[in-house]
Design a protein around this ligand. Structure first.
Ligand SMILES: C[S@@+](CC[C@H](N)C(=O)[O-])C[C@H]1O[C@@H](n2cnc3c(N)ncnc32)[C@H](O)[C@@H]1O
Length: 280
């Protein structure tokens, strides 16, 4: 039974990292006059109200998007991400937050296709409402990891896959790695961005080990933490593992992550990691 709802967490520090990396990759793909395909294995509904009961209950966006909102100067990649959130708010006050499919939809061109998977019935219904009437967006209420394998390679032979599960089931840490390896076998030149939460560091170290041993080349890791790892429940940091990143991504994150760690870290405990897991 799925109980995770992204509305409790939309716009938090993990979304800031995830969506800054996402916009940076999309911006790079958009520089070439050739259509690409975007596949989101765990889409969520795509649009969140920050004054909803769920958002206000956790207040997580306060140490995320809201903490950056009034900043006069941001690193270029963070500013690019911020522009997408501002556009979603009609360039007015911060009231709503765009999920990953919405960010891609705002940035893409008419012939860039999107595949969105969402298993939760309510989230799927909301997603359909948010993206209806566009034939270049294919939406499916089914398992995103199976959907990924079934749709690789995309006919464009250019694409970005976002794998962003809720990790409610312990086996998901292994499943995402197995699926990424299988998808890469079918579409080796695609860019894959895999989000992970650091709740239990051992699980992430295992993911890194498995990916390093997979034979896949060109893997980078970007992590942003607001507190040191701890034993108690709760996410202290999160990261994105990117296969076939744009060559510009590492430099962009070198400009962004120290700023974000400083800005969002709790009592000066913010930190970041930028690692090449496997070289090109
Ligand atoms: C972290 S949220 C996605 C957030 C979204 N990618 C974003 O950045 O705005 C994870 C979503 O995956 C959905 N989900 C869980 N298991 C799934 C599965 N096997 N296939 C597709 N969606 C799933 C959950 O209902 C939830 O809405």
């Amino acid at each position: 039974m799925l109980s995770y709802r992204h509305s409790y967490h939309a716009g938090n520090f993990a979304d800031v990292l995830k969506h800054t990396v996402l916009t940076s990759i999309l911006d790079y793909l958009l520089q070439k006059d050739k259509a690409f395909c975007y596949l989101d294995t765990h889409s969520g509904c795509g649009a969140y109200q920050l004054d909803s009961e769920q958002s206000l209950k956790t207040g997580e966006f306060n140490n995320g998007i809201a903490a950056l909102w009034e900043e006069a100067t941001l690193p270029v990649p963070v500013e690019r991400y911020m522009q997408q959130v501002k556009a979603f708010n009609g360039n007015g006050a911060l009231r709503a937050y765009p999920g990953s499919p919405m960010i891609c939809n705002q940035m893409r061109r008419d012939d860039d296709r999107m595949f969105l998977f969402e298993l939760h019935p309510n989230e799927f219904t909301n997603m359909r409402g948010n993206f209806s009437g566009d034939r270049s967006i294919k939406m499916s209420k089914s398992d995103g990891l199976q959907g990924l394998i079934a749709n690789m390679p995309p006919k464009e032979r250019r694409g970005l896959v976002l794998i962003d599960p809720s990790y409610e089931i312990k086996t998901e840490y292994d499943d995402v790695v197995d699926t990424l390896i299988a998808a890469h076998r079918r579409f080796a030149t695609g860019t894959y961005a895999l989000w992970y939460p650091v709740v239990n560091r051992t699980l992430i170290s295992k993911m890194e080990r498995l990916l390093k041993a997979s034979g896949i080349k060109n893997i980078q890791l970007f992590e942003l933490g607001i507190e040191a790892d701890k034993e108690e429940r709760g996410m202290t940091s999160s990261g994105m593992i990117v296969v076939n990143p744009p060559w510009t991504l590492q430099k962009e994150m070198q400009h962004s992550l120290p700023f974000l760690a400083d800005k969002l870290g709790i009592n000066g405990q913010g930190y970041y990691r930028i690692d090449t897991l496997v070289a090109e």
